[in-house]
Each structure stands twice: as C-alpha cells, then as structure tokens.
Design a protein around this ligand. Structure first.
Ligand code: NAD
Ligand code: ZN
Length: 380
C-alpha cells in the first residue's frame, strides 16, 4: 500500500474533537461475523451471563495467569457456575518468558483431559502473555475452539485482547509463531487493574500514548500530564481505534495494521537484545516511541513542539526515553530481520503530526543511526 493511501485511510480513523468518550460496547466486525468488547468495572461477575448469551457449549475452560487466578478466579467461577457452565481451570505464570512453545503442549493436554469439545470455550484470563498463549491454544486445539478474552492488564485491555493475534516467541524473535484467532467476546473488568503493579500499569500507558500519536490528538492531550484515575474512558477510546484498524486490515495484508507498530520496530529489538522480560513490552515500546518521534522529525518534519510534547508525555507517565547498556550492533542486526523489512529495506511507522501516522521506507540510514545512538547511549 502506498504511503499516500495509508495516510488517507488513517485520516478516517482520526476522531472528531466533539466525541470525548466512547460509552457503549464496541463491536468488531471480522470475516466470521463480529464480536463485542465491554469495558468497565464489575464485569467478571457478568461473565457467566455474557457467555450464556453467545449460546456456545456448556464447558468453560479457563486458562489463567496464576497471580490473577489467586485474586479473581473465585469471582469468575461463581459467575460461570451460576450461569450453568461446567468449569475446568489451568494456571500458569505470566511474564514474557512464559510465551514459549514449551507451554503449549501441557495446555492442549489440559483441554483434551477435560474433554473440551469443539463448541466449548477457552477463557483467556490474564495479561497479554496469557491472552496470546491461551488464544494460540484455542486456535489449534481441535483446529479451533471458541475463545473469550478476560484481559487483566492495561496493556491487554487496550491492545492484545483486540484483533485476534495469538502466538508465542521463538528464540529467533518475538511473536514469530502464531495464528489469527479472533475471540467471540472480550470483557475488560477495570476493577482488576487495582491490583496491577504500578510498573505494569505504566507499561500499558505506552500503548495508550501510541494510540494518541497515531490516531487521536485529543486522547493524546488527555494524558500529557499523566493518565486520569478512571481509565475506563481512555481504554474504550484506545479499543475503538484498534477495532477500526483491525476491521480495515484483519490479517495484516493491506498495511493499515502496521500503523499499530509505531514505536515497536525498535521496541521489539530492545526486548530481544536485552533478553525477554528485562524490559517490559511497554517500556521497550516507550523507548521505541521516542526513537520513532525523533525519526519522524528528521524524515517527515514532525514539529518540534510535537516532539517535546511526546517526550514530556512519556516522562510524565513514568516511562523511559532511553534504554542503556545494549549492544548497538546486535540491535541493528535485529532491526534488519524486522517483520516490516521488505526487499532488505526497513519500513518505519512515523508520524508527521500528533494524531496521524504513515508507513515509509524513505528513511535515511544515517538518520536511523543517529536516532538509535540518541536513545541507546547516555548523553556525554
Ligand atoms: N496479540 C496482540 O495483538 C498483542 C498486542 C500487544 C501486546 N501483545 C503481547 O502482550 C504481552 C504483554 O502483555 P502484558 O503486559 O499484559 O504482560 P503479562 O501478561 O506478562 O502481565 C504482566 C504481569 O502482571 C501480572 N498481572 C496481570 N494481571 C494482573 C492483575 N490484574 N493484578 C495483578 N497482577 C496482574 C501478571 O502475572 C504478570 O506478572 C507481550 O508478550 C506482547 O507481545 C500482544
Ligand atoms: Zn505493543
């Protein structure tokens, strides 16, 4: 897709300033129909009735993050039981190191042992790691069973639970094995965010800032001095943006979905070179957003006040601008293998102005080198 076309399609995603918050459930249309996303407090208690409305099988196989299960599994199970579901539960540790092929076979066996059938449902309960893992398992068990996401981190609510991407990391790179498997329903109970560690919440804010930069200048303005205490409207606004992007490019074929990768080209390289788990995804993405911002200034003339606003917003939300102590040669090697490389040329998601983004390969290698230097080495 050409840069012009991408820019034009994203213009459609820009929000009218007269629409401050999204109040209703959000519907995402896809090839096989559509699914609903509900965001708000108290939704775990409604999981049973919501699942019953879908008229799927009677078995609910919960695959949960073990920390989340300790805190909230009772609440979820009570609600499912009250709605007449048979329940089985498997838990595993969250964190990036769990997103590994070795976790898949035991989870498939768990479903088989519990005689989960084609029409039954896997409930993915946890952060993005659990969602990606359990989603992948739901996609391949019996060649695909129903999936409901119950995201419990800010990052999973605004990003990973929407759009159907599932999978695991390989030693060679992040998210290199996976399939598209959209859920039947997403319930984001914002009460669960109360127990999320500050560092994890902060990491999720990197994705929120990303949405503001690529598609919603008003959302960006709402978080420049830090995020509001009630995150529900912010989450809904992010979900709405992601929903529209993935509806337009469900399987990442037209290029629009690539816009969601603003800050991720370098972010993924940082995660991998530092060793998965050292930087949280959102922390690495924050440094990547800083780099993409500087590269946008050099390449597309992103105004200096926008550059300053983005830096200030990252800092005010507790996010890093730099990642130090990494091997820059290794970072460049990883960048050369990025999924967005085509014919050996890196394509970058850049922003000409807060609220807009486009994909371009017209980036000078010297500018990339200078920006990498700036965000990965300490100032003399
Ligand atoms: N599929 C997609 O489209 C997509 C999009 C963005 C990111 N991702 C993936 O998401 C992953 C990151 O997700 P994440 O940041 O949610 O990490 P995570 O799933 O590892 O969760 C972070 C930590 O928070 C804990 N936790 C989760 N919910 C909690 C709660 N309510 N209270 C207390 N503790 C809680 C977990 O145990 C874990 O230690 C990455 O692997 C990334 O690649 C996927
Ligand atoms: Zn991300």
């Amino acid at each position: 897709m050409s840069v012009k076309l991408l820019a034009a399609s994203l213009t459609k995603l820009s929000f009218e300033t007269s629409v401050p918050v999204v109040k209703d459930d959000i519907e995402v249309k896809n090839r096989s129909g559509s699914y609903k996303i509900r965001v708000g407090p108290g939704l775990l208690a409604e999981a049973g009735t919501e699942l019953a409305k879908l008229k799927l099988g009677k078995k609910a196989a919960i695959i949960a993050d073990e920390s989340v299960a300790k805190l909230y599994a009772d609440r979820l199970q009570q609600s499912l039981k009250a709605a007449g579901f048979e329940i089985c539960l498997s838990t595993l540790a969250g964190g990036e190191t769990s997103k590994d092929m070795s976790r898949i076979t035991p989870l498939l066996s768990f479903l088989a042992r519990n005689k989960v059938e084609r029409n039954d449902t896997v409930l993915a309960f946890g952060g993005g790691v659990l969602g990606d893992l359990a989603g992948f398992v739901a996609a391949i068990y019996l060649r695909g069973v129903n999936l409901v996401h119950l995201p419990s981190t800010l990052l999973a609510m605004v990003d990973s639970s929407v759009g159907g991407k599932t999978g695991v990391n390989l030693p060679e790179g992040k998210n290199l094995a996976g399939v598209f498997h959209p859920p039947q329903l997403v319930l984001s109970d914002t009460d669960t965010l109360k127990t999320l560690q500050r560092r994890e919440l902060t990491a999720g804010l990197a994705e929120v800032i990303k949405y503001g930069i690529i598609a919603d200048a008003e959302l960006f303005a709402q978080i420049t001095d830090g995020a509001p205490a009630d995150l529900t409207p912010v989450i809904m606004r992010c979900v709405k943006i992601k929903a529209r992007v993935v509806e337009a490019d469900e399987h990442e074929t037209t290029g629009e979905r690539a816009l969601l990768n603003f800050g991720h080209t370098l972010g993924h390289a940082i995660e991998r070179v530092a060793g998965y788990g050292k930087y949280l995804h959102g922390e690495a993405v924050a440094v990547g957003i800083h780099a993409a911002t500087l590269l946008s200034q050099r390449t597309l003339g992103l105004p200096a006040e926008d550059v300053e606003a983005i830096k200030k917003t990252l800092v005010k939300n507790g996010l890093p601008l730099q990642a130090l102590g990494l091997n820059i040669t290794e970072i460049k090697q990883v960048l050369a293998q990025d999924k967005k490389v085509m014919d050996g040329v890196n394509r970058w998601v850049l922003s000409p102005k807060i609220g807009k983004a486009l994909v371009t390969s017209k980036v000078k290698p010297a500018d990339v080198d200078a920006v990498i230097e700036e965000v990965l080495t300490s100032k003399k």
